[in-house]
Each structure stands twice: as structure tokens, then as C-alpha cells.
Design a protein around this ligand. Structure first.
Ligand code: GLY
Length: 423
């Protein structure tokens, strides 16, 4: 089977890497791909993830049998429905299902209607009503844009003045354009965060392993929120009892909800969870794999990735059993200095070419990189995720940081504390 992976980040490199290592897959294509994906498949630079005709053209001219969409924007814009109408097998929720990520209000209503634990909230489009609500509440709020805002639409104000300013920027000044036409103001909950990715075929939700990502830019969870600076898997904080509680209180009612809402869903569902002292609660749904969660989860999947993907297509996840490698995986992201603010592009990073051929148990997944002639150069903020597999988190950390310490990383930065609290 020939598979096209849509996107150009580390998540897509990892999905493609897992498919490349799967004997049932003959060739992997990337649309458009990056400086790492060209080492394991064929980059199709003419594919624009938001131009569905360009995807159909690529499928037809390369005899592709299945399309796997990495990022959320094409899913929210209806890529699954479009490709299905053209008779092209595609992994992803329908546009209706993609609202679980594309509209925070839709997701909250779904959660409340299905009695799935989540924080209290109210929705607003009128700024004055939001200011009045902020005056009345006696808890710390989280303010979220209803729509997709490139990962920047969740704000954690530090005071009521700050919260009013956030509301003004979104609802009055239009900082996030259409994504901020409506907002929700949600009660901030505390505990520890974990992510559960799952395969979904519309009937069955098949969970993967629990992981934990590190969203802040700097050590000790300081600095701005990023797309993710590192990740570990499996989460040492999830024991069997907690796993079963999450399955019963969150995963099963979600599966029931997809049917009650008549949502066609043949893709990936990401449960962003907060484990509070009152039990697990849903912080957010995403309708795709996480980044960098994917970079530590899929390398631990022993089963060929085409197995669950075909089972999704054929509605056979209930008969699918996933096998996982023992041990652990850790991923540390190298980013351009300045990220998630402004940063330089075109910086030469040839030192990373040393891992163009992965070592056993050590893989460099590319994101914001491209090849210019002989050189590897930066083209984005998050550049690569260095993923190590080992018997435990300590072994993985040692492997990654010893390699990092051997390199000259001028112009780049990374967090040195990924998984540190567990070793
Ligand atoms: N790592 C968070 C996300 O993929 O949304």
C-alpha cells in the first residue's frame, strides 16, 4: 500500500517513519513534508494541506491508497468528507467531528451532555457580559477562543484586570480574527496533565499509551506556551486503576457521544486530561495526533501502524490488538532561539545530519527543517525532536542529553529537564 501523509511537522515525520518501517506499506509520500521526511519517503512540494484538489491530484498521479492527515486545520475544513466523496480512503474525523477541536463551545457542550468530567464554563460573544462575569467569579479563569488559533488561543490571565484585557483583545480588538468571535471563560483546575491518544473507527475507541508533554518554553515550566518542548511515554503517573477510571468515565462516554451525535469519526482522538484530586477531567479534545506526543508514542508501537489505520478504514478496531515495546521513550525538542516569538530562518544545522541514518533506539524527527543543496537549514521554530527509546526514562534522558552535549547548538535552545522529575 502507498500512503500519503499530509503535513510538514515532527508528528508527520513520525507517522511516516512508522509506516516506512511497516512491511505492509510499500511507499510513503509526504505533502509537503520537511527536511527529514525526504530521507524516508517522497516529498510532494505541490501539495498544500488546505488545497484539497492538490491532494486529489497527488493521490491520482502517485496511485496512493490512503491519506493520513496530520494537522487540525484541513480536518476542520472538511478534508475527510471531501476525499471520501472522491472515493479516496482517508484517516480523520468528518468536519462535524473535527468540531471537537475546532469549536471549544461544541466540545464543552458535548462533554456536559455526555456527563464527562470537565471544568465549569460560560460562553460569551458580548464583551460587557464577559467583563461582568469576570467581576462576579471568585476563581481563576482560563480564557479560550472558540475557534482554531494555531495553538495560541488559550490564555491564562494572572488577575481580573489581566482577564478583562484578554477579553478586550479577543472580542473587541479581534486579535484572533474569526477564531475569537466567541470565547469561553472556564474555571482553572489543577493537578497533573496527561495525554491519551486513541484510534477511532466510529464504533470503537482504541487507546494508545499515556504520555506527558512539556508545553512551556523553559525549564521548571517557565516561559511562554509552545507547541511542546518535549515529551515522555508512558506516563509513570498513570497506574491501572487510574487508567480504568479514565476509560470508564471519559473514553466510553465519548464513544457513546460520537454515536448519539451521529458523528462520522474515522481517525485519531486526543484526550487532553487533568488528573485532579477529584479525579480525571477533560481539558481539551484534539482530533489528530499530538506533537510532540506522536514522536514518543509511535516508536513504542510494535504493531505496524497500517494495522490500526486499516482497521479504522474497515471499522474493525474492536478486533484489533495493539502490541507495545517494553520500556520508555523520551523526546527533547531543539528549537530556534526566540521561539515561540520571532526567530531567524535559514540557519545551517548540518550537525544534525549525523542522524540522517537513525541509530538503534535514537531517532531525530524533523519539523522546521529543509534541505538546501548539501545543507540542512532551519525553516521554523521547533526544528527536531530527538527521541530515545530505552529500558526506562533515565536511560532515554542520558542518551539524548549526551548527544546534545556533544554538539555546538549556537542559535538553538532546548529544555534540559524533560522527564527529569521521574529519574
Ligand atoms: N502537544 C500538544 C498538541 O499537540 O496539541
Amino acid at each position: 500500500m502507498r500512503i500519503l501523509v499530509i503535513g510538514s511537522g515532527g508528528r508527520e515525520h513520525t507517522i511516516g517513519w512508522a509506516l516506512h518501517n511497516d512491511p505492509a506499506v510499500s511507499k510513503v509520500f509526504f505533502g509537503p513534508g520537511n527536511g527529514g521526511t525526504s530521507l524516508i519517503g517522497i516529498n510532494l512540494p505541490n501539495v498544500n494541506p488546505m488545497d484539497f484538489n492538490s491532494i486529489v491530484d497527488a493521490v491520482e498521479s502517485n496511485e496512493i491508497g490512503m491519506v493520513v492527515c496530520g494537522p487540525e486545520d484541513p480536518l476542520a475544513a472538511g478534508i475527510y468528507d471531501y476525499l471520501m466523496k472522491k472515493g479516496i480512503a482517508s484517516i480523520g474525523p468528518s468536519q462535524k467531528g473535527a468540531q471537537l477541536e475546532g469549536s471549544k463551545i461544541f466540545a464543552k457542550e458535548f462533554l456536559f451532555n455526555m456527563n464527562i468530567p470537565t471544568a465549569d464554563y460560560r460562553e460569551f460573544s458580548d464583551p460587557q457580559a464577559a467583563y461582568d462575569y469576570i467581576n462576579d467569579i471568585n476563581w481563576e479563569p482560563v480564557i479560550k477562543c472558540d475557534g482554531l488559533a494555531a495553538g495560541k488561543g488559550v490564555l491564562l490571565p494572572e488577575s481580573k484586570d489581566d482577564a478583562r484585557q484578554v477579553v478586550k483583545e479577543i472580542l473587541v480588538d479581534g486579535k484572533f480574527k474569526g477564531a475569537g468571535r466567541k470565547i469561553i471563560i472556564e474555571k482553572r483546575i489543577s493537578g497533573f496533565e496527561t495525554t491519551l491518544l486513541s484510534f477511532v473507527d466510529g464504533e470503537t475507541i482504541l487507546p494508545m499509551l499515556f504520555s506527558q508533554d512539556y508545553k512551556r518554553a523553559h525549564e521548571n515550566n517557565e516561559g511562554l506556551n509552545t507547541g511542546g518542548m518535549g515529551c515522555l511515554c508512558p506516563s509513570p503517573r498513570i497506574d491501572n486503576e487510574l487508567r480504568e477510571q479514565i476509560i470508564t468515565e471519559i473514553v466510553e462516554p465519548t464513544s457513546k457521544g460520537l454515536k448519539e451525535y451521529s458523528i462520522p469519526y474515522k481517525g485519531i482522538l486526543y484526550f487532553g486530561l487533568m488528573i485532579t484530586d477529584k479525579g480525571p477531567q477533560v481539558l481539551e479534545f484534539n482530533v489528530r495526533m499530538g506533537d510532540p506526543e506522536t514522536q514518543v508514542i509511535l516508536p513504542l508501537l510494535k504493531t505496524g501502524l497500517s494495522v490500526p489505520l486499516n482497521a479504522i478504514k474497515d471499522g474493525k478496531l474492536n478486533k484489533t490488538k495493539l502490541e507495545w515495546h517494553d520500556g520508555a521513550a523520551v523526546g527533547v525538542v531543539l528549537a530556534s532561539d526566540g521561539y515561540p516569538g520571532s526567530y531567524k530562518k535559514g540557519v545551517q544545522i548540518d550537525m544534525l545530519k549525523r542522524w540522517d541514518e537513525p541509530e538503534e533506539n535514537f531517532i531525530v524527527f524533523h519539523a522546521g527543517t529543509k534541505r538546501e543543496g548539501e545543507h540542512l537549514v532551519t525553516s521554523g521554530g521547533r526544528l527536531v525532536c530527538m527521541t530515545a527509546l530505552g529500558e526506562n526514562l533515565r536511560e532515554c534522558r542520558d542518551m539524548i542529553y549526551s548527544r546534545i552535549n556533544e554538539m555546538n547548538l549556537e542559535g538553538l535552545f532546548y529544555r534540559s529537564d524533560i522527564a527529569a522529575e521521574y529519574v
